[in-house]
Design a protein around this ligand. Structure first.
Ligand code: SF4
Length: 274
C-alpha cells in the first residue's frame, strides 16, 4: 500500500448526488477492496493513472478550517469516493478532526461507512444536532461479503455498529447497496437491521465501470449456478430495466408492510459510493 500525505486547499466539494449538496472525502483511495467499487474512476482525476485503485491512499492535509455558518439546510456527505472510516483513519484521524470542525456548524452532516471504527467517534456524534450515519451492506452472508468486499468489516460487525449507534441515540440508516441480482437477500438484510435503522435505503448493482469484468469473473467462479441469469440482467438496457423494475416493486411491496421508512435508489445515475 502506497500512502502519501497530499496538500489540498479545500476539502469541501460541490456534489450532484441526490441527497448531498457537498461531499467531503478526507482520503483519496479506499482500502476496503470492494470488487464493485464505483469510485475507481477517481484514480484518473487524482494523478494515480498507473496505480491500481485500492493499492494507494492519499491523506489530505493543509485544507482550510471548515465553516458551515451559512449552510443551514444543506447536506454534507462524508464519504462519496472513500470510506471516511477506512483503516488509515485509526492513525490519521482526519474524519474525526473534520467532525470536530463541523459539530457546531449549521449544515446537516451525513456519514456513509462500512466500518465499526465510526463508533470511536460516538462522543462527537452524540453531541451533534444535525447528524445521520449510514452503514452500507449488500448482504448478511459472510462468505459473499468476504469475496466481494475483501477488506471491509463483516456484515455482523456492521450490524452491531448500527445497534450501538442506535443505542447511543444517533440517527442511523442502512444503505443496502449494492444489491446483486440473485445473490443479495434483501429480506434477510431488512430483518437484521430494522430494529436499529431509522431508514433503509436500497440501491442496485450497476456494471458500468472498469470493475464489470472483475464482478463477472467472481460470479462465474464462485456462483456458476446463477451466472447465466446474472449476465442476462446486464446484457441490455431493456433487460436491466425490466429486472430492476420488478425487483423494486417487490421490495416496495415488502417494505410497505413494515414500520421502517425506506427509500429506493435504483434508477439514479448519480449514486453514493462508500
Ligand atoms: S467502501 Fe466504497 S469507496 Fe471503499 S472500496 Fe468499497 S465501494 Fe469503494
Amino acid at each position: 500500500m502506497l500512502i502519501k500525505q497530499v496538500a489540498v486547499k479545500n476539502i469541501l466539494t460541490k456534489s450532484k448526488l441526490p441527497d448531498a449538496d457537498y461531499v467531503i472525502n478526507p482520503y483519496i483511495g479506499c482500502n476496503h477492496h470492494c470488487v464493485y467499487c464505483y469510485a475507481e474512476f477517481m484514480s484518473r482525476f487524482t494523478g494515480h493513472t498507473g496505480e491500481k485503485w485500492g493499492d494507494f491512499m492519499d491523506v489530505k492535509e493543509g485544507y482550510k478550517i471548515l465553516s458551515t455558518e451559512k449552510m443551514s439546510g444543506q447536506t454534507i456527505l462524508l464519504g462519496s469516493a472513500t470510506d471516511p472510516y477506512n483503516p488509515l483513519e485509526n492513525k490519521y484521524e482526519k474524519t474525526r478532526n473534520i467532525l470536530l470542525q463541523l459539530e457546531n456548524g449549521k449544515a446537516d452532516i451525513e456519514i456513509l461507512t462500512k466500518s465499526p471504527l465510526v463508533l470511536r467517534d460516538i462522543d462527537i456524534l452524540s453531541r451533534m444536532k444535525h447528524i445521520r450515519v449510514g452503514i452500507s451492506l449488500s448482504t448478511t452472508d459472510t462468505v459473499f461479503a468476504r469475496l466481494t468486499e475483501k477488506s471491509a468489516a463483516s456484515p455482523d460487525k456492521r450490524i452491531d455498529a448500527m445497534r450501538q449507534l442506535h443505542l447511543a441515540k444517533i440517527p442511523v440508516y442502512a444503505f443496502v447497496s449494492p444489491l446483486f441480482p440473485f445473490l443479495s437477500d434483501y429480506k434477510a438484510i431488512v430483518s437484521a437491521v430494522e430494529e436499529y435503522a431509522d431508514e433503509i435505503c436500497f440501491e442496485n448493482l450497476n456494471l458500468r465501470g472498469n470493475y464489470k469484468q472483475a464482478v463477472l469473473d467472481l460470479i462465474a467462479k464462485h456462483y456458476p449456478e446463477v451466472f447465466a441469469n446474472f449476465v442476462a440482467v446486464y446484457n441490455s438496457k431493456q433487460n436491466f430495466n425490466r429486472y430492476w423494475q420488478a425487483k423494486q416493486e417487490e421490495i416496495e411491496t415488502f417494505m410497505r408492510k413494515r414500520k421502517t421508512p425506506y427509500k429506493m435508489y435504483f434508477f439514479h445515475d448519480k449514486i453514493k459510493k462508500a
